[in-house]
Write a protein that binds this ligand. Structure first.
Ligand code: AMP
Length: 458
């Protein structure tokens, strides 16, 4: 049996891989205009970073992490031995913890410095049950802004994310932006206690998992998919009724900025998000139709305690991550298809093998001039070379035959108009040389100028 890709993973085949590159380029443009610069961190980190950063009681850490062990350490464990903390590694389930670790390790926000704004893109790993829009390896693009607690950071981040969706082609009217505040160290603990008391009072209506959550992490019950639990949690105490004055003011200012920018949003006091590190602002963007249950295409929020949690000095932070695969599903629901990855401006066909070397050199010259070009590498007949050129959607086919070549000419066919011209090869090559010498700045020559009839013989 042939070996298949692992469960919960997807190959990005050429058309899509090209789109993924475009997706990252658009993110880099949109976020770059807000001052975000790229960072790359390893796909695996010490497990402890995720335990301390994301929280031991979260689903992501307690159930969904892929542990990475070297063969040697696996053997050591199987033999009943121990593995040093620094060799206990996990594949990253999200990007924030790693970026924050790098910021602390390299002191990217020295005391008194302006905030650092970072953008990353790459694969994340969660051992979840795969379904449409939920994979075990998926790609995220995310940003982190560290060093400022002003609500303007949160608002500009949210506005920037919505701009990205529009720029990539997800219709704004297909999305819903949900916002909430999760409070801070002062107001969240009493709120948690209030939710726990409420859950205890309704314990017989909750699923076993939520009964457990009431003790460990009661706020997670807001995300329970069980309809009975959802109905109970509908009437649970709301964080917005428990915010302290500072958190209320912060949340109010974020909303005022969003209003000022004309951004529509829905306040959702049940939005708690799955990771423990959030404080104050949290938000999520959902697609309203065509996505099934996995309809969140991005989300994030503020995390003013995380840097300390991983050993840095107190530094406020804000970030979000968006899921590439879910954005693709949203685009497809809106009728988007990937454009073909391949482009071919000119196919050089050989009448026989005697002209192969000359054809090879012309193809190189075309490519040097920036024109995507191709030739046959399998000794196909001329007819089959034309078929291949058609398949590649070539704009021009240049036919090289021994007789024409002896006269210093080639035949060029415009594949759209089917016009054919005899073209002087030396003239065409010198035009190509000009093209190669001036790749930008001057008015670019097109392939039509090179093969559209210059030096026409007859
Ligand atoms: P999170 O880190 O859970 O806030 O996720 C941020 C975004 O990543 C979500 O809004 C999704 O778009 C995407 N995402 C999270 N988990 C998965 C998954 N298992 N498969 C595909 N996309 C995911």
């Amino acid at each position: 049996m042939t070996i298949q890709s692992p469960e919960g993973t997807r190959d990005l085949l050429p058309d899509e891989a090209k789109f993924w590159a475009h997706f990252k380029a658009v993110a880099s443009d949109v976020f770059g205009a807000y001052g975000y610069v790229p960072i790359e961190t390893p796909v695996f980190e010490q497990t402890d970073l995720f335990v301390r950063g994301i929280g031991e009681a979260t689903d992501v850490v307690s159930k969904e992490m892929f542990i990475a062990l070297s063969g040697e350490n696996l053997k050591r464990l199987l033999d009943g031995g121990a593995v040093k903390a620094k060799s206990r590694l996990s594949l990253r389930p999200e990007g924030t913890a790693g970026v924050v670790r790098a910021v602390v390790q390299h002191d990217l926000v020295p005391q008194g410095a302006p905030p650092v704004k970072l953008v990353y893109a790459g694969p994340m790993f969660r051992a979840e049950r795969p379904q449409k829009g939920r994979q075990r390896q998926f790609n995220q693009v995310g940003i982190e802004c560290l060093g400022a607690e002003e609500p303007s950071v949160d608002a500009e981040g949210i506005i920037m994310l919505m701009r990205f969706y529009a720029a990539i082609g997800i219709p704004v009217e297909a999305t819903e932006l949900l916002v909430n505040s999760m409070g801070c160290d002062a107001c969240r603990p009493p709120y948690r206690d209030a939710v726990k008391a409420y859950m205890d009072a309704h314990a017989d209506e909750l699923c076993d998992e939520c009964k457990r959550r009431a003790d460990i992490n009661p706020l997670r019950a807001f995300d329970c998919k069980n309809p009975g639990c959802a109905a109970v949690m509908e009437d649970a105490p709301k964080i917005t009724d428990h915010l302290c004055d500072d958190c209320r003011a912060h949340y109010g200012t974020v909303k005022a900025y969003l209003d000022g920018a004309g951004l529509a949003y829905t306040e959702d006091p049940k939005l708690v998000r799955g990771l423990d590190y959030y404080t104050r602002t949290v938000f999520e963007v959902q697609v309203t139709e065509g996505m099934g249950s996995q309809n969140a295409i991005g989300g994030g929020g503020r995390y003013d305690k995380l840097v300390q949690e991983v050993g840095g000095r107190p530094t406020p932070g804000f970030g979000f991550a968006l899921g590439y695969e879910r954005c693709v599903l949203a685009l497809q629901a809106a009728g988007y298809a990937f454009p073909p990855a391949r482009r071919c401006d000119c196919f050089v066909a050989c009448v026989d093998d005697s002209v192969r070397a000359e054809a090879f050199s012309l193809v190189q010259a075309l490519r040097d001039a920036g024109l995507a070009s191709e030739m046959d590498h399998q000794h196909r007949s001329l007819k089959s070379q034309f078929k291949l050129a058609d398949k590649l959607d070539a704009a021009f086919v240049v036919v090289m035959g021994p007789d024409e070549l002896a006269a210093g000419q080639v035949k060029a066919r415009n594949m759209q108009t089917h016009e054919e011209h005899l073209v002087d090869l030396a003239a065409a090559k010198s035009l190509l040389a000009c093209l190669a010498a001036e790749p930008s700045g001057t008015e670019p020559l097109g392939i039509a100028e090179v093969f559209g009839g210059i030096g026409e013989g007859n």
